[in-house]
Design a protein around this ligand. Structure first.
Ligand SMILES: NC(=O)c1ccc[n+]([C@@H]2O[C@H](COP(=O)([O-])OP(=O)(O)OC[C@H]3O[C@@H](n4cnc5c(N)ncnc54)[C@H](O)[C@@H]3O)[C@@H](O)[C@H]2O)c1
Length: 437
């Protein structure tokens, strides 16, 4: 492709006349589509779910970090339209792919959503267009999977169209760091591709960080999330040791955090959750295995983190034993089932594993969560109960599994007979009925 055509798309991105598309309108894709629309681009959001597409049109943010007012503004102005009609891909100059990248049961990457989205683009691809993959995936996905599928169109990546990877770093529920102010890493299949993708993001993101290839950009994301998973495993193991040694792990972390260099606090908890940290490191270890490299740290971290729900259940059994009660037939109330505070996402949530283990031990489980009205996962089929109703109804032991800011912790401490706090949500509160992780 001549540099003139990259200049053409760059000019249309800068004057906002380029038409943009986002495939997959979830926690990642919807905020990105809204940012594009807010910047004045005609933006089309695609999803396979009809109810999602219609709901967004009606102002439903589906628990994402998008402000309802902003969503209504961009949909009523016509800057953002949503559709399940992938024929409309033909209208667009640039397409971002933000579909899920889960694991199969065997912990192998499941790229079926990415492949399906790319095939839909490939059959409608035209010269001069930009395609950016944002879904988290293993190094090599763009070059080995996405590029060949798109080139079935007869067009050549880097020559006839632009292709890049840009990892999504959004942190749902984080009000300080959002799509607009989290720096965006971009790696294209050639310099033109990186340059065009960089200009796309510069229209809506404060800082863009170009890297030399899609492989580097893919690996950046996996380093970041593996770093988190491994450090959480380390601090979880320190929590397990501290319990045996009779040391308060939370006090240890607070004091260690006063070191101004060389230490960064991570906190123990009931286990990993969400669509990223429990999953992404396995994308990396799977890909490394293809080359004969066995990652040891990733596997070990996964093992420690996935043992945490069992440890929480052991703490519940221990707390109950102080009250001369067995787990069997005890009523255990979970405070929070979302995988982290202030979100409605229950994917991979350790609270569900804890509920399952408690039920298996013969306990009767209930829960409160202001963000999650019901849970249906395996044998765990539960409806949320209001906190006050749960306290009025009584239970034998409460477990703080997610430290949502809406919970009235003073009330919970006052009225619960026994509490196991897995999140240090009761920091500073004392009482012989409080057991910390
Ligand atoms: N959620 C996060 O915090 C987060 C953060 C960074 C990166 N990521 C990555 O971003 C990607 C998307 O994650 P998410 O949390 O937004 O997922 P999500 O499940 O919230 O949203 C994905 C959306 O894509 C739609 N979809 C699935 N297949 C499709 C297809 N073939 N065509 C069109 N739409 C399709 C689904 O219906 C859904 O609405 C994943 O790779 C994830 O690892 C997520």
């Amino acid at each position: 492709m001549s540099s003139a055509s990259s200049q053409d798309l760059i000019a249309r991105l800068r004057d906002r006349s380029a038409r943009l598309g986002v495939i997959g309108l979830g926690y990642v894709g919807l905020p990105l589509a809204v940012e594009f629309a807010k910047a004045g681009f005609q933006t089309v959001g695609f999803d396979v779910k009809d109810d999602k597409v219609r709901g967004i049109r009606d102002g439903d943010t589906f628990g994402s970090d998008v402000e309802p007012d902003e969503l209504r503004r961009v949909t009523s102005s016509g800057h953002l339209t949503t559709t399940t009609d992938f024929g409309r891909l033909q209208e667009l100059d640039s397409i971002n792919i933000c579909v899920p990248t889960p694991l199969r049961k065997t912990k192998d990457p499941d790229l079926s959503h990415v492949i399906s989205a790319v095939e839909k683009i490939a059959s409608r691809l035209q010269a001069g267009r930009l395609v950016v993959l944002e879904s988290t995936t293993y190094p090599g996905t763009v070059e080995e999977v996405v590029r060949p599928l798109l080139e079935h169109s007869g067009l050549r990546a880097g020559d006839d169209f632009f292709l890049a990877f840009s990892p999504e770093r959004v942190d749902p529920g984080n009000r300080q760091w959002t799509t607009a102010n989290i720096p965006k890493v971009v790696g294209g299949v050639n310099q033109d591709s990186t340059a065009v993708a960089k200009v796309l993001y510069e229209q809506v993101v404060d800082t863009v960080v170009p890297v030399s290839s899609p492989g580097v950009a893919e690996m950046v994301k996996l380093l970041e999330n593996t770093f988190r998973a491994v450090n959480i495993a380390l601090v979880n193991e320190i929590a397990l040791m501290s319990h045996e040694l009779g040391v308060d792990v939370w006090e240890v972390i607070d004091a260690a955090s006063t070191k101004p260099f060389g230490f960064m606090p991570f906190y123990p908890g009931p286990g990993l959750g969400g669509h990223c940290i429990p999953i992404d490191p396995y994308y990396l270890s799977w890909k490394a295995r293809q080359t004969g490299f066995e990652s040891q740290i990733i596997e070990l971290a996964g093992h420690i983190n996935s043992s945490m729900p069992r440890f929480v259940v052991d703490r519940v059994v221990e707390a109950l034993s102080f009250a001369h009660k067995p787990l069997r037939d005890s009523r255990i109330h979970l405070f929070g089932v979302a995988y982290k505070p202030d979100v409605d996402d229950v994917r991979e949530s350790p609270a569900i594993d804890i509920a399952q283990l408690l039920q298996r031990g013969g306990a009767v489980v209930s829960y409160s969560d202001p963000h999650v009205s019901s849970v249906v996962q395996g044998n765990v089929v539960l409806e949320a109960v209001e906190v006050e109703a749960a306290l009025d109804g009584g239970f034998d032991c409460g477990v703080i599994t997610t430290s949502h800011r809406e919970f009235d912790y003073g009330l919970i401490v006052e009225r619960a007979p026994l509490l196991v706090d897995t999140r240090n949500a009761l920091k500073g509160q004392t009482g012989s009925h409080i057991h910390r992780l």
